[in-house]
Ligand binder design. Structure first.
Ligand code: GDP
Ligand code: MG
Length: 322
């Protein structure tokens, strides 16, 4: 079943999945699906902006991606006034966000319709791609297998959003270290291999300590990534490693959307979302997608086009399978 998005049709298409051959994990690239997204006539040769949301199942990734789609598909005037959030009684559509048949699908999904936008700084056209990366982290095996999926999406994206629930925990940092370790191996680089990392903490419970949004996010991040005197060498190394991998690291604290999300009749209408949550969306989404702030994907300092991205997908999947 395909999701229909107001202002444009589309659906999430799985382009990489985790398979198995002779008992070992294997990453399967669906080249046909990837070609249909990246090698379309209307986006041929355009530089890409790739925003990925990665994290565990049922963390609200698809839900937030659908607000990204709303913003991207809204007219410029609505983007500027906040009207892009939509109507009070409009169900949230796009990537399927209620679990259901997609349960536990490890892999990478792309939104089938790249959104063509003009960079405000240079007037150039770019193709914005949304990516959904999901894994499970319950056993040693799944952590290891998923690391490569996350590494791949981190290598491919200009912004990797690491979607977490409640807090940035020591475990989350260790998983991140593992992903980035694999990623660095694949691109054989000792310099900063990745662009922007955004820790997106959902259901942040301590707003009195660190306020919602980028403000509290930045103070929480400083606290978490700080190297402390008397800190165990292992903990310090994780932090140094993470800092050394990315050009830029940010954090955003999201409030809980409200208890209607637990109601089985909830369809994602704005009227059911708490005011704090809406305000947070209005701060977060334009910071990622406003034509003033869009960051094109760079690899080794070069702009990446849709065709290049197609080739990089093939190369990286090949490396991870070898
Ligand atoms: P995904 O598996 O990470 O893509 O998660 P989904 O987007 O499918 O969301 C899973 C469930 O969490 C849905 O029932 C949503 O209504 C709910 N949800 C979405 N965003 C949030 C959030 O910020 N906090 C909480 N507690 N639930 C959310
Ligand atoms: Mg999902």
């Amino acid at each position: 079943m395909s999701g229909i998005q107001k202002g444009g049709m589309g659906e999430g298409v799985q382009v990489v999945k985790l398979g198995e051959r002779e008992g070992a994990a294997r990453y399967e690239l669906d080249e046909g699906a990837l070609r249909r997204v990246l090698l379309r006539e209307d986006v041929r040769g355009l530089p890409v902006v790739v925003v990925s949301v990665a994290g565990a199942y049922r963390g609200g990734k698809s839900f937030i991606l659908d607000f990204f789609l709303r913003y991207l598909n809204a007219p410029r005037c609505d983007q500027q006034t906040g009207a892009w959030l939509g109507n009070e009684d409009e169900p949230l559509q796009g990537f399927h966000w209620r679990g259901g048949s997609e349960r536990n699908t490890t892999g990478i999904h792309l939104w089938s319709e790249p959104i063509i936008t003009t960079l405000e700084t240079t007037g150039e056209k770019v193709a914005v791609l949304l990516m959904d990366t999901q894994g499970t982290f319950d056993t040693e095996t799944t952590i290891g297998q998923n690391s490569t999926i996350f590494a791949l999406s981190t290598l491919i994206s200009s912004v990797q959003i690491y979607n977490l629930t409640g807090n940035i925990k020591e475990d989350d940092l260790q998983h991140l270290q593992l992903f980035t370790e694999y990623g660095r191996l694949a691109c054989n680089s000792t310099s900063k291999a990745f662009q922007t990392l955004l820790f997106l903490v959902r259901d942040w419970p301590h707003a009195f300590e660190h306020p919602y949004g980028f403000l509290g996010g930045s103070s929480l991040l400083n606290k978490r990534l700080q190297a402390k005197v008397n800190q165990k060498a292992e903990l310090r190394q994780v932090r140094e490693h993470i800092r050394s991998c990315f050009d830029d690291i940010k954090c955003f604290l999201m409030p809980h959307p409200g208890h209607s999300v637990e109601d089985f009749k909830f369809t994602g209408c704005l009227r059911d979302l708490r005011e704090h949550f809406r305000l947070a969306l209005i701060e977060l989404v334009p910071s990622l997608f406003d034509p003033k702030y869009l960051t094109p994907k760079l690899i080794s300092g070069e702009r990446v086009t849709t065709q290049d991205l197609f080739d990089y997908f093939k190369t990286y999947v090949g490396i991870f399978n070898s």
